[in-house]
Design a protein around this ligand. Structure first.
Ligand code: SF4
Length: 236
């Protein structure tokens, strides 16, 4: 049992080492921000949207609003106008206004830096909180599981689940805490590059000789089996 666990961790370690080498310039969020307030706002607005879509909206938003006081004092209608390029923009406008109000009242206008405090705010789930904590404070309290992490972790056999909370737990048990932020960013980079949800490009992937879902590895194993069969026949 222990051996299996250690084999799993060894496999996970190898994956992360290769991904960190290949995607070393991408081990960060792709959301645009230049201070903690902007990171908080961008992360809050990002669920169910691509980073490109979020960045497009925040470029105008950040030109108009700078502080949590600005967001708290704006009318929901005004915020909705700025956020209309995002999915669920009406709910996000409400959450942004309310979360800003709470941050002013309870945290003196500063972004809180714990999972418990962040996830108590409207519109902030574990994924968003993990992004804020890792990017903004260098804190690893968990692993942000987005759609890329879901797909790649499953294909790589790092989890058997398709539920974000369970995937996060599985990944946290396989990787050392200091790497949790990198795990998320590395799997996201892999998902953007070769391991896309619609089409996996295993031929180009740095993990194609070890990944259990690799088409390339599958072909190699099949070819080796056929050679063995041929040899056995010839010896008969
Ligand atoms: S080998 Fe293929 S399935 Fe495995 S991680 Fe790479 S692209 Fe995805």
């Amino acid at each position: 049992m222990e051996e299996t666990e250690s084999a799993k961790k060894g496999y996970a370690k190898k994956i992360l080492e290769r991904l960190k080498r290949k995607y070393k310039s991408e081990l960060h969020t792709h959301l645009n921000y230049s201070n903690l307030t902007q990171l908080f706002v961008a992360a809050l607005l990002s669920p169910q949207c691509t980073d490109t879509q979020t960045n497009k909206v925040t470029s105008e938003l950040f030109a108009r609003f700078s502080t949590f006081k600005d967001y708290a004092n704006a009318s929901t209608k005004t915020l909705q106008k700025y956020l209309s390029g995002l999915n669920y923009y009406k709910t996000k406008a409400k959450h942004l206004k309310l979360a800003s109000k709470i941050i002013i009242e309870q945290y003196n206008g500063r972004v809180p830096k714990s999972m418990k405090e962040l996830t108590a705010l409207p519109g902030i789930g574990r994924k968003v909180a993990n992004v804020i904590l890792h990017e903004g404070f260098g804190i690893n309290e968990g692993i942000a599981v987005d759609t890329h992490v879901k797909t790649t972790a499953y294909r790589l056999g790092l989890t058997k689940s398709k539920k974000p909370e369970e995937i996060e737990k599985d990944l946290m048990s396989l990787f050392p805490k200091r790497e949790w932020g990198n795990v998320s960013n590395a799997l996201i980079a892999l998902g953007r590059d070769t391991c896309k949800a619609r089409k996996k490009e295993c031929e180009r992937c740095v993990l194609n000789d070890i990944c259990q879902s690799s088409i390339t590895r599958g072909r190699r194993i099949q070819a080796a089996k056929e050679i063995t069969k041929e040899k056995a026949k010839a010896e008969d």
